[in-house]
Design a protein around this ligand. Structure first.
Ligand SMILES: Nc1nc2c(c(=O)[nH]1)N[C@H]1C(S)=C(S)[C@@H](COP(=O)(O)O)O[C@H]1N2
Ligand SMILES: [Mo]
Length: 188
């Protein structure tokens, strides 16, 4: 058995783009959609859909590793850099963690330092097309250095926290840190 150089241990490459969602794909209404930055900030910010669309955009290519062992390599993502987003409402010094909030109630947690990595973005496009509804349209987080359950679909807000608070899968047995190169799949 040969292992591909650029795939983390225990992963298999797929050309497909499987859909992994707990629950149903939420409906999107651009008239009522908002994006919120809240928690440990001097002043919370709420963006409307047109305001979000006006933010500067970046593109980057990254691999995507699902904990169920498929990896999709070389995904071209387009969207807004997380560093562009946090400029709008910088976290207070005591903020150390973030909880990502999604339509439908899904959440996932990240240390602030991991969230603010240079390769993290809020994506609206994948491989040059708008995200399909089931892949997170109109907005999903992409955290290339973590298993894909941290790449939350249908993102509606980021909450800054002083103390870590587990998200949906992190409360249901998945590893808190989720580094695929360390095979951090499940907690004990
Ligand atoms: N809101 C939300 N985001 C989510 C999920 C989910 O169920 N709800 N599933 C996660 C999991 S387990 C994976 S592997 C990826 C899958 O992304 P995809 O369906 O676009 O392939 O989305 C992640 N983001
Ligand atoms: Mo997953």
């Amino acid at each position: 058995m040969s292992q591909q150089r650029n795939v983390p241990p225990g992963q298999f490459v797929t050309e497909k783009f499987p859909v992994l969602t707990y629950g149903a794909t939420p409906a999107f209404d651009p008239k009522t959609w908002t994006f919120r930055l809240f928690g440990l900030v001097a002043a919370p910010v709420t963006l409307t859909y047109p305001q979000f669309q006006a933010l500067p955009r970046i593109q980057l290519t990254a691999d995507f590793h699902c904990v169920t062992q498929w990896s999709r390599l070389g995904n071209r993502w387009e969207g807004v850099s997380i560093n562009e987003i946090v400029k709008l409402a910088p976290p207070l010094p005591e903020a150390r963690h973030a909880l990502i909030h999604c339509d439908g109630g899904y959440t996932t947690n990240l240390p602030l330092a991991t969230l603010l990595d240079d390769d993290v973005l809020l994506a609206t496009k994948h491989d040059d097309a708008n995200l399909a509804p089931e892949h997170g349209w109109p907005l999903r987080l992409i955290v290339p250095k973590r298993y894909a359950w941290k790449s939350a679909k249908w993102v509606r807000g980021i909450e800054y926290l002083a103390h870590d608070r587990p998200g949906f899968w992190e409360m249901h047995g998945y590893h808190n840190d989720a580094d695929p190169w360390r095979e951090e799949r499940f907690s004990e």
